[in-house]
Design a protein around this ligand. Structure first.
Ligand SMILES: [Zn+2]
Length: 667
C-alpha cells in the first residue's frame, strides 16, 4: 500500500510541475486564472463579444474563407477563392473562440464553432491532408512549394484543435488535427523526404499536440522541423524573398546568433525551439536563442516592443534601423514576442524576458486592437501624418484573430509555479489556486495596474506551508536601461548599471526580508492563512531616450509611465502634434482622462511650440498645454497625426501643414 502511495505521489508531482532540467517554472494556464481587473477584464469581454462577431462575419460572410471548406466537401470542381493561407484565419478565429468560451461561456458562439469544425472536418481528405487551396486547385501540387503555407495552416489548425479540446472536451477537431499531423509525419519524417517549412508555426503547435496526446511522435516531428533549417538549398520557390535570411535558414537553429528576415516567422520558430528545448533538455537551442534574443532586444526592437521595421520583407533590416513613421511592427510579430519571451522566462527564470513580454503586450500588440474591438492595425507605426487608420479587416488577415486569441488568453502570463514556489510575473487583479506540494494555495492579487503601482497579494494556503514567492520587480520601476542599453531613462547611468533602490515589500504590514534572484524579489517563509504582501512600484512618468545608434530617435524623448509608452495625438492636441519642443527637464502631470470610453491616465505639461505668423513672415515660439495618451489608445477617434518620440530641439517646422488622411496600406 505504502509503495503504491509513494508511486502515485511521485506521478502526481511530475504531473503537477512537469519540470525538466531546462524549465525553471511553468506558467499557470489562463483557464485557471480568474481576471477581475478594470483593464484586461473589459477587453477580454469585448473580444469575446464584439471582436469574435467581427471575425465571424469577415471569415464567413464577407470573405470566402469558410466557403472554401464547403467547396471541398461538395467536391463539384468549384474554384478556390482568396489567398493560399486563408485557412489559417479560420483556425486562429476558432482558437480565439475556444479561449473566449472559457472566460465568457456563450452557447451561440459554441454552436458557431461546432458548425465551423464540422465544415473543416468535412474538407479533410481520407489520407489526413487538409488544405483547401491545393485540394481545390490541384491536389497533385500539394507539398511541392515550401512557402505555400501548408504546414503553417496545419500549425494553426492544431493550435485551435488543442484549445477547443481543452476548453470544451470535444474531440472532433482534435481528431482532425491528429490525422493531419500523422499524415505530415508519415510523409516527411518517417517518409524520409526532404522538406522545409517556409512559414514556421507548426513546430510550437506540434509541441501542444504532444502535450495533449502524450504521443512523442509529435515532439519528434517538431524537433525534425527545427533540424531541417540551415541545410541550405531545398527551396523550390522563386519568390522575391526566397533567401536563407528571410526564413531563418542561414544556419542550423542551434548555430544561429542573429535575427534575420520575416519577424513573425522568426518569433514562431524560436517559440517552437524553446518549447522543444524545455521538453527535451536540449541546451543547443537554448544557447542559440539567448544570442538571437540579445540581437533582437539590444539592437532591433522598438520602444513599444514592436519588431520588424520594414514592410517589404515584413521583417528585420540592419541593426538600429528603427524608423518611426514607416515602422512596420506587425501586430502578429508583437504577439510572437509575447509567446517567445514567455517561453524564455519559463526556461531561465529570468525576469528580463517578462520585461520584454510586458512591453510588447501593453504597447505593440495591444495597439493592434481598437478600443471598440472591431477595428485593427496590421502595422503599428510610431509616428503618423494621419494616413494610418485602423481597418475592419485585411486581405491578409493574420493580425485580427491573433490579437483576439492573445487578449482572451492573457491570463497565461500572470502566475507561475515551480516545485519550490509561486511566481508573480504580471500585475493584473486576479485570483487563482496553485498547488505547492500537497497544499492548495489560493492567490489573490488586487491592483489598479497599469494605472497604479500599488499591488496587494493575499497568499492563502489550505494549511501552513513553506515555499518561496517570486515577485517580479519590473524593469520600468528601476532607474535602469532596457537590456543592451537600447532605451534608458534620462539621467540613468549610461553604463547600464542601476542606482535604483528596490521598493520595500511588506508581509502583513512589516518590511519583509527578500533576496533578488534574476530580477525577482524572492520571499521565503512559512506561509499561513491570509498572509498579505504589499508593494508599491513608482509610477512617476519617465522621459526615455534611445541610444545614439538609433538615428531616427536622436534628440528625442519618449514618455513612459509604468509599462505604458505614451504618444501625442491631434485628437487631444487641437493645435497639432508637430512643432513641439520637449525640454529634457519637463515634468509631466499624471491626470485621470478618457479616450472614448477607456479610462486612462494622461500625461500633461506646458511645452514650447513653434507657430507661423498668419501672414507667414515669421515664426513665434509660444507655450501650450500638451496631452499625451497611452500609445495603445491612439487612432480611435478618426484620422489624426501622432508621434511617440518628441523632439528636444527644434530642427524643422511644419507650416500650414495639412494631412491627406488617406487610408494607407495595400494588404
Ligand atoms: Zn499579422
Amino acid at each position: 500500500m505504502k509503495k503504491i502511495f509513494l508511486l502515485t505521489t511521485l506521478i502526481a508531482c511530475i504531473k503537477t510541475f512537469s519540470q525538466t532540467p531546462l524549465q525553471k517554472f511553468e506558467f499557470v494556464n489562463f483557464s485557471q486564472v480568474n481576471i477581475t481587473d478594470n483593464f484586461w477584464k473589459p477587453k477580454i469581454d469585448k473580444v469575446a463579444t464584439v471582436t469574435m462577431k467581427a471575425c465571424i462575419y469577415q471569415t464567413e460572410i464577407k470573405t470566402p474563407r469558410i466557403r472554401n471548406f464547403e467547396k471541398v466537401a461538395r467536391n463539384k470542381g468549384e474554384k478556390f477563392e482568396g489567398l493560399y493561407y486563408d485557412d489559417s484565419d479560420v483556425y486562429k478565429a476558432l482558437e480565439a473562440m475556444a479561449y473566449a468560451l472559457k472566460t465568457h461561456p456563450d452557447p451561440a458562439l459554441e454552436a458557431k464553432a461546432d458548425e465551423w469544425i464540422d465544415k473543416v472536418a468535412a474538407a479533410q481528405l481520407p489520407d489526413g491532408y487538409l488544405d483547401t487551396y491545393f485540394t481545390l486547385r490541384d491536389i497533385n501540387q500539394r507539398w511541392t512549394v515550401i512557402d505555400a503555407h501548408e504546414d503553417y495552416n496545419a500549425g494553426h489548425l492544431i493550435e485551435a484543435a488543442v484549445a477547443y479540446y481543452n476548453v470544451t472536451g470535444k474531440r472532433k477537431l482534435l481528431d482532425v488535427a491528429i490525422r493531419l499531423a500523422n499524415h505530415i509525419d508519415s510523409t516527411f519524417r518517417l517518409g524520409n523526404k526532404n522538406w522545409f517549412s517556409g512559414h514556421e508555426e507548426i513546430e510550437l503547435a506540434l509541441v501542444k499536440l504532444f502535450r495533449v496526446t502524450n504521443d512523442d511522435r509529435y515532439l519528434k516531428l517538431a524537433d525534425w522541423y527545427l533540424q531541417q533549417r540551415g541545410k541550405g538549398g531545398i527551396y523550390n520557390y522563386e519568390g522575391k524573398w526566397a533567401t536563407p535570411a528571410y526564413w531563418q535558414d542561414i544556419k542550423p537553429v542551434k548555430d544561429q546568433t542573429e535575427i534575420t528576415g520575416h519577424a513573425v516567422r522568426a518569433m514562431y520558430l524560436y517559440t517552437g525551439a524553446a518549447d522543444v528545448a524545455a521538453l527535451t533538455g536540449d541546451n543547443g537551442y537554448m544557447n542559440a536563442m539567448q544570442k538571437v534574443w540579445e540581437d533582437v532586444v539590444y539592437r532591433n526592437m522598438y520602444i513599444t516592443g514592436g519588431i520588424g521595421s520594414a514592410g517589404d520583407n515584413e521583417g528585420f533590416t540592419k541593426d538600429y534601423d528603427l524608423p518611426n513613421e514607416d515602422a512596420y511592427c506587425e501586430t502578429c510579430a508583437s504577439v510572437g514576442m509575447v509567446l517567445w519571451n514567455q517561453r524564455m522566462c519559463q526556461l531561465t527564470g529570468d525576469s528580463k524576458y517578462i520585461d520584454v513580454l510586458e512591453r510588447s503586450l501593453y504597447n505593440g500588440a495591444l495597439d493592434g486592437l481598437s478600443l471598440s474591438g472591431d477595428h485593427f492595425f496590421y502595422d503599428n507605426v510610431l509616428a503618423s501624418n494621419g494616413q494610418h487608420q485602423r481597418r475592419e479587416w485585411f486581405g491578409t488577415a493574420c493580425c485580427p484573430a491573433n490579437v483576439a486569441r492573445l487578449v482572451t488568453s492573457v491570463g497565461n502570463y500572470i502566475y507561475g509555479k515551480s516545485s519550490d514556489g509561486i511566481w508573480v510575473n504580471l500585475f493584473v487583479a486576479s485570483n487563482t489556486t496553485i498547488k505547492i506540494g500537497n497544499t492548495d494555495v489560493a492567490v489573490k492579487m488586487e491592483t489598479n495596474y497599469p494605472w497604479d503601482g500599488k499591488v496587494k497579494l493575499t497568499i492563502d494556503p489550505k494549511k501552513k506551508a513553506s515555499f518561496k514567492l517570486y515577485l517580479r520587480l519590473p524593469e520600468w520601476s528601476k532607474e535602469t536601461a532596457s537590456p543592451g542599453n537600447l532605451y534608458y531613462p534620462l539621467g540613468a547611468p549610461a553604463n547600464g548599471e542601476s542606482n535604483f533602490a528596490h521598493p520595500p515589500i511588506t508581509v502583513n504590514g512589516h518590511n519583509a526580508q527578500y533576496k533578488i534572484e534574476n530580477g525577482y524579489a524572492v520571499i521565503e517563509r512559512n506561509w499561513q492563512k491570509d498572509d498579505k504582501i504589499g508593494v508599491i512600484f513608482d509610477m512617476t512618468p519617465k522621459a526615455i531616450v534611445a541610444r545614439k545608434d538609433i538615428k531616427m530617435d536622436a534628440d528625442r524623448i519618449a514618455l513612459q509611465r509604468g509599462p505604458l509608452i505614451y504618444c501625442v495625438e491631434t485628437a487631444d492636441n487641437k493645435e497639432g502634434v508637430w512643432n513641439l519642443i520637449l525640454p529634457s527637464n519637463t515634468s509631466f502631470t499624471a491626470t485621470d482622462y478618457k479616450v472614448l470610453d477607456e479610462p486612462v491616465i494622461a500625461l500633461q505639461a506646458e511645452l514650447p511650440s513653434a507657430k507661423a505668423n498668419e501672414n507667414g513672415d515669421g515664426i513665434q515660439i509660444g507655450k501650450r498645454k500638451v496631452t499625451a495618451i497611452p500609445y495603445y489608445c491612439w487612432a480611435n477617434r478618426g484620422a489624426n497625426d501622432m508621434q511617440v518620440w518628441m523632439p528636444t530641439k527644434i530642427k524643422e517646422v511644419k507650416i500650414n501643414y495639412s494631412s491627406k488622411y488617406e487610408d494607407g496600406g495595400n494588404y
